[in-house]
Design a protein around this ligand. Structure first.
Ligand code: C2E
Ligand code: MG
Ligand code: MG
Length: 716
């Protein structure tokens, strides 16, 4: 495309000459004379012959005798002028009349020689014409190079991705490259002669002054200056929904040194780079830093920021504000059993509904899996907060339809008010969290306003998270044991290990209050490992005491099973305490199973090979599918205590327990019931063929010393 640059370089021009002469004597002497001065000499004796030769090739010079035998020299001249105008014609004639010479010169002859002529005369004329030819050629080369260089520059300027322009001293465009059309949707043909204001986005016009038409040069000129240009309606780009494009501008003054040596300002020159792509990326990053990507809601950082500002304002104006801590009840179950995609969609749908309950000025933020914070500026009283909390709770009453599922969601709300319940971001969030936690404790799906009494009773989730980290190191965990009794013989056949946290200030904390948090924060792994270790140690001790052999049941969380070394670690511990696998049973819930059913099948099979039995805990509360259950190496179904609890004729639990019992029988599984508190319940369970039970009726979970005593004292 750029052509071959070498072709254009200067080069020696070889000169060719055609001598048209019918007198051989002249012809020969001329040839001899010119031989040293030109590179090529061809001769023709007639006009026709000369024209024939000229047809076939080009000559630089024709030395033409006017008196030819076949046609007039003037005629030949005219033809040469017409067809080969660049060829230099030197006319030679024996005709002494001046007319003939004038006519030849008029016809465009370069010079005229009268026969007979001096040899110097001829040589001089030929040399002059050669010089003229060389000059002409050089000039042509130069022109070509100039054109080429201009073409190159134009190409470079136009293929630049940036808008390149020049302005006259008044700020009117004198040049614009082709990028203007691409970037703005308007080209040079419409902008040349117009003021640069026409392309500057209106709100930025003030800023553009003195930058687009900067008179300064060098380091003081406009550098990397951000500005917006207006997009023309013709702009077809997909970003046409924007009406401006952000550019980075570099501009400087253009000067010419005038004849008197003065520098004269002749306008300015600028390069504007389209940086809208970068701007968009920056905006996305900024958005991501302050928003939750799933729901598009503000995140914790933005919430804290807004809360901080609102506190300052409330303080100045003597106003109150409230924050609500929202936590969906049992959301994890949805996620675990129906998958993350359904979980995500549910969260999006829930956020929409929540947002619908709030005013424009309220902030709703998602701060974690299923946790939300609401900021309510200018709240007049507790009552208003309670009304809103109730409105939120009620708004979730209607089911959500996600894919083919109909899902019911409830949530627990805790509230804290500024300045009554706290004056800083931290205390307000912490107290709202505590209140929410209290609401959950009271049976979920409820609302609780923070009060000072909560400080002593219930520990907030945030406290628990930090406390858990220390609890392991400080040895604050304990394992309690609850006997599992064979219904037929009344003998203790097993013990379920249940972890407890003896908090130095708050006293005993039940697993329901920290297991879920430990799972969310990843602390469940080390806690569970510790429990398993303690349980195996206990089994070893009891084995050494030669007590009747029993099975110890350990609860496992999904996280634990998902750990790649889970099976290896498990068998390590068994080995360390010289335990047979049959001494340990694991309890897992349906939701744990469903999280990664294929992975579970493999790992549970491996455990099963070690002799470890598997029991499905809280059976009946999840969504497990029978076809999957059949594939798993399961030994026991554990009827959830909620069904046992409703084992009265009017509560309808009986039919569910009946159903589970029939199923267990059909699948040849053991059946155990938990939460058995009354003799009636036990009688019912016995009647349906339940194998074992566990519950307050026999014993609450007790510490290891008491458990040992129970085992020692039971009749053999
Ligand atoms: P779970 O495995 O279903 O444990 C049975 C729960 O029922 C225990 O609650 C137990 O104290 C309680 N319970 C026993 N008998 C009765 C009764 O007659 N009536 C009533 N109302 N309740 C009874 P706990 O100890 O609070 O444990 C709660 C849950 O925490 C457990 O439910 C289990 O899922 C989990 N958990 C306990 N320890 C661990 C552990 O070491 N690791 C893991 N991952 N989870 C654990
Ligand atoms: Mg259990
Ligand atoms: Mg259970």
């Amino acid at each position: 495309m750029l052509g071959n640059i070498e072709d254009l370089g200067p080069k020696h021009q070889s000169i060719s000459i055609l001598i048209v002469e019918d007198e051989l004597r002249y012809l020969e002497s001329t040839r001899l004379l010119l031989d040293r001065h030109v590179d090529e000499i061809i001769a023709a004796e007639t006009g026709h012959q000369a024209l024939g030769i000229l047809e076939s090739r080009r000559f630089d010079i024709v030395l033409l005798d006017l008196g030819l035998p076949d046609m007039s020299g003037h005629e030949v001249m005219a033809r040469i002028r017409q067809h080969w105008p660049e060829t230099i014609v030197i006319v030679v004639s024996g005709d002494a009349s001046i007319e003939s010479a004038v006519k030849a010169l008029r016809l465009g002859a370069y010079d005229y020689l009268r026969k007979p002529y001096e040899s110097e005369e001829l040589i001089k004329i030929v040399r002059n014409s050669t010089q003229k030819l060389n000059l002409h050629n050089e000039n042509r080369h130069f022109q070509q190079r100039l054109q080429h260089s201009e073409y190159l520059h134009r190409l470079l300027v136009n293929s630049s991705p940036d808008i390149i322009y020049t302005l006259d001293p008044e700020g009117r465009f004198t040049f614009l490259n082709e990028s203007a059309q691409r970037i703005l949707g308007v080209g040079a043909e419409r902008l040349i002669g117009r003021h640069y204001d026409e392309i500057v986005y209106r709100p930025d016009r003030e800023q553009a002054r003195y930058s687009m038409n900067d008179r300064r040069t060098g380091e003081r000129a406009t550098q990397n200056f951000e500005l917006r240009f207006k997009l023309w309606p013709e702009h077809t780009d997909c970003r046409a929904q924007n009406d401006a494009v952000t550019v980075e501008l570099n501009a400087m003054g253009l000067y010419r040194t005038a004849s008197d040596g003065q520098r004269e300002f002749i306008g300015s020159y600028g390069v504007a780079r389209d940086i809208s792509e970068r701007k968009r990326a920056e905006a996305t990053i900024a958005f991501q830093a302050y928003h939750d990507l799933l729901t598009g809601l503000p995140n914790r950082a933005l919430f804290r920021d807004r809360l901080g500002q609102t506190i300052v304002q409330a303080k100045r104006l003597g106003q109150k504000l409230a924050i609500l801590f929202l936590d969906l009840d049992h959301f994890k179950m949805v996620n675990d059993t129906l998958g993350h995609l359904v979980g995500d969609e549910l969260l999006q749908a829930v956020s929409l509904r929540l947002r619908g309950c709030l005013r424009e000025t309220d902030t709703l933020a998602r701060i974690g899996g299923d946790e939300f914070l609401v900021l309510l500026p200018h709240i007049r009283s507790n009552h208003n907060t309670a009304v809103l909390a109730q409105k939120i709770i009620t708004s979730l009453k209607a089911p959500f339809h996600i894919e083919e599922h109909e899902l019911f969601v409830s949530l627990s709300v805790g509230a804290a008010l500024y300045p009554d319940d706290g004056e800083t971001i931290e205390t307000l969030i912490k107290h709202a969290d505590m209140a929410m936690y209290h609401a959950k404790d009271r049976g979920r799906n409820g609302y609780c306003l923070y009060t000072r009494e909560l400080d002593n009773s219930i520990t907030g989730r945030l406290d628990i998270q930090t406390g858990l980290r220390r609890a392991l190191q400080r040895g604050e965990f304990e394992v309690h044991y609850q006997p599992q009794v064979d219904i037929a013989s009344g003998q203790i056949v097993g013990m379920e290990a249940l972890v407890r946290w003896r908090h130095p200030e708050k006293g005993m904390i039940q697993p329901a209050d920290f297991i879920a948090i430990a799972e969310d924060s990843g602390l469940i792994g080390p806690i569970s490992d510790w429990v398993l270790q303690v349980v195996c140690q206990q089994a070893h001790i009891w084995q050494q005491m030669a007590l009747p052999p029993i099975t110890l049941a350990v609860n496992l969380s999904a996280r634990q099973i998902e750990h790649p070394d889970f099976v290896a670690n498990f068998s390590e511990i068994l080995k360390a305490y010289h335990l047979d696998g049959s001494r340990v049973e694991i309890e897992i819930t349906e939701s744990t199973l469903m999280r990664d059913i294929e992975g579970c099948i493999v790992k549970l099979k491996q455990l099963s090979d070690l002799g470890v039995e598997v029991s499905i805990d809280d059976f009946g509360t999840g969504y497990s599918s029978l076809s999957y259950l059949q594939k798993l190496p399961i030994h026991t179904l554990k009827i959830d205590k909620s069904f046992v609890n409703s084992l009265t004729p009017d509560l309808g639990g009986a039919s569910i327990v009946n159903g589970i019992a029939a199923m267990a029988k059909g699948m040849h599984l053991n059946l155990i019931a938990e939460g058995v508190e009354s003799a009636e319940q036990l009688a019912f369970l016995k009647a349906v063929g339940c194998d074992a039970y566990q519950g307050f009726l026999f014993s609450k979970p007790v510490d290891s010393a008491q458990a040992t005593r129970l085992l020692e004292t039971q009749p053999h």
